[in-house]
Write a protein that binds this ligand. Sequence first.
Ligand code: ZN
Ligand code: ZN
Length: 181
Amino acid sequence: MNFKKDSRRSKNQNKNEQKKVLDKCYREFARINRKFFDAQLPTPVIALNQRFTARAGAFYPRTKRIALSWKYYLAWGLKELLGVLRHEVGHLALPKEGHSRKFKELLEKLDAPRYSKPFSKHPFRYEWECPNCGVKHWTRKRVVLACGKCCDRYNRGHFARNFQLQLVKELRPRRPPSKHL
Ligand SMILES: [Zn+2]
Ligand SMILES: [Zn+2]
């Protein structure tokens, strides 16, 4: 089975999505800063890291920077990523505490997870279907793909939006959290 990729379109889409996600991250930071810290925390630089595959997020105390994994976002979505952000904000608020009891109490207050979910142990998160021939396909990430068979048969092998795979459902992995954040 082969699938056609609309690479240029998905690259632009990716960029837009990253901008939106970062915007939500800054808003979330501002919200918890007001709610729990009297807006006294300095706003960190928040970045999306494209290469993090083993950790969902990191806080760098020297530069007060927070990095969040884009791949983790792709695997688990915004809600989970914002949880990771709150965890890292916990480190920003208590930079010398590590994962102490005090830190864990703060995490509870912030409704932040102690551990991140596994990155890629669950094989599939999304189920897709070709709107033309009904062939099914499963992926870990949100993708822009068209049915290879239909593109070959009706569009000389080029990507055609008519045959773009449609999301049928989101599968919820049910593995326990595993990684230290
Ligand atoms: Zn098809
Ligand atoms: Zn941590």
